[in-house]
Design a protein around this ligand. Structure first.
Ligand SMILES: [Zn+2]
Length: 456
């Protein structure tokens, strides 16, 4: 897919000129407090706690080391349940658990669409995010990109959105449809060196393109609050597992992008006003076998699968990698409930929990009749092709956030941060409380910011 510039109208060039020349589009005051929140997808705490055990040399991640030495560091950040990308990112900017903020999974519970949709749309949020609060206060907001951002409260937006199966639009088409201001992406295609083909939306190239957009938006518009999501390390860990050379490469790549952000803030003389926060949404665990739960349920007639799609169900799995949520069409149907319990009890590959057994750390998904936690080495994908049990090695997440390798970490540097502070632990919701405090936003959360401020 290529960009189509023959539709370039007077309006398009007007928009580009406005962005380029700086007229009429919002800009943060150069001495206003600002926060850059970088989420490195799948950033594992264990890599920093014990680099040698995970294939890293002393000098492999110099920019993370610089953040730790010149700023503050939380060794382990516990994420939410399910430990999935969209729920975790939303907790990071709301201070609430998924059941409260409404993003309970990467994908909404739509079995009749075979779960092919994602929570792309900000309309799904049940509580305001920091971006909403910032915009209400007249601050300038940016996402380059951020999950659950389409139609969200952003002055500058590269949305996270991809086509569902059967959509005729490409990822680039969708991004261009929802970017803000309109034609932001065309601007970069024309002036920013953005590669205008499908390679632009995958792997390293996607992160390189997003990095260019982040840098341009930040340096020209000085947003007060920017969310910036680096994605490739998660892709690499899913594909290869935790300790593969490609994963090491992906972390070194993320480190170099962060170094470039540090250099940009330095070049713009923005450190007195800017706090840079670098964290992750979850870690990763390795697996050797996939368990396709809807295929198993279909073997007992509880799900009907035709042509690779779900077209009927009495009990269905909403799979989340390291966990799965089983829902009954009729929760009062004790016969179906007993059959499901019978199918899933005493399996070597899972622990079956009922909602009444759920410890507080596993609250998050709003309504499930059964909750499955994958045992070590197993993974629950959403695939619908038989057989139900398939050898497949790689990495994943989604499961119990108390698992050590699912923990992430957090670095903060710059304005208001006490240099050299090291904390043992925090929770993803506390990151939101930290940013609310830095920008004086009225966030309603019980989470407290990690204690590393340089003044009381
Ligand atoms: Zn993620």
């Amino acid at each position: 897919m290529k960009f189509h510039f023959n539709s370039a109208s007077h309006f398009l060039f007007s928009s580009l000129l406005l962005f380029h020349a700086g007229c009429n589009l919002p800009r943060g005051g150069p001495e206003d407090p600002r926060v850059v929140l970088i989420s490195v997808d799948g950033l594992r705490a264990e890599v920093f706690l014990n680099p040698q055990a995970h294939g890293f040399g002393e000098n492999d991640l110099p920019n993370f080391r610089r953040l730790r030495h010149e700023g503050a560091y939380v060794k382990e950040v516990t994420t939410v349940f399910p430990s999935h990308t969209f729920p975790a990112h939303t907790s990071m900017v709301t201070g609430e658990l998924p059941s409260e903020h409404g993003i309970i999974h990467n994908r909404p519970f739509l079995p009749d669409r075979s779960f092919d949709q994602w929570y792309w749309w900000a309309d799904s949020l049940k509580v305001p995010t920091l971006f909403h609060l910032a915009q209400s206060k007249g601050l300038v907001t940016a996402a380059t990109p951020w999950p659950v951002s389409v139609n969200g409260p952003f002055d500058y937006l590269v949305p996270e959105i991809e086509p569902a199966s059967g959509d005729s639009l490409s990822t680039l088409d969708l991004v261009r449809q929802h970017d803000k201001p309109p034609y932001l992406i065309e601007y970069f295609a024309l002036f920013g060196g953005l590669k205008s083909n499908e390679e632009a939306v995958h792997g390293f190239q996607r992160d390189v393109n997003l990095h260019r957009i982040f840098k341009t938006v930040f340096s020209r518009r000085l947003p007060h609050l920017t969310g910036y999501h680096i994605l490739y390390p998660d892709d690499a860990q899913h594909e290869y597992g935790r300790n593969h050379p490609e994963v090491r490469k992906s972390y070194i790549f993320a480190d170099s992008l962060i170094g470039s952000v540090i250099d940009l803030i330095t070049k713009l003389d923005q450190w007195p006003y800017t706090t840079l926060i670098v964290t992750g949404d979850h870690g990763h665990v390795d697996h050797h076998t996939d368990i396709r739960l809807n295929v198993l349920l279909s073997d007992s007639g509880l799900v009907t699968i035709e042509n690779g799609r779900i077209n009927g169900w009495d009990a269905v799995s909403h799979a989340a990698g390291g966990a799965a949520f089983i829902r009954l069409r009729d929760p009062s149907d004790d016969y179906i409930r007993a059959r499901v319990r019978n199918i899933l009890t005493s399996k070597a590959w899972c622990r079956l929990l009922e909602p009444s057994d759920l410890p507080p750390d596993l609250h998050g998904y709003d309504r499930a009749d059964f909750i499955l936690l994958a045992e070590d080495g197993y993974n629950f994908p959403g695939d619908l092709d038989p057989p139900f049990k398939v050898p497949h090695s790689g990495g994943g997440h989604g499961g119990d956030p108390r698992i050590a390798s699912l923990r992430t970490t957090l670095f903060a540097m710059g304005r208001s941060i006490e240099v050299g502070t090291v904390l043992d632990s925090s929770h993803t919701t506390q990151t939101a409380a930290l940013i609310a405090r830095l920008l004086d936003l009225p966030l309603q959360t019980e989470a407290l910011p990690p204690a590393f401020f340089d003044s009381p």
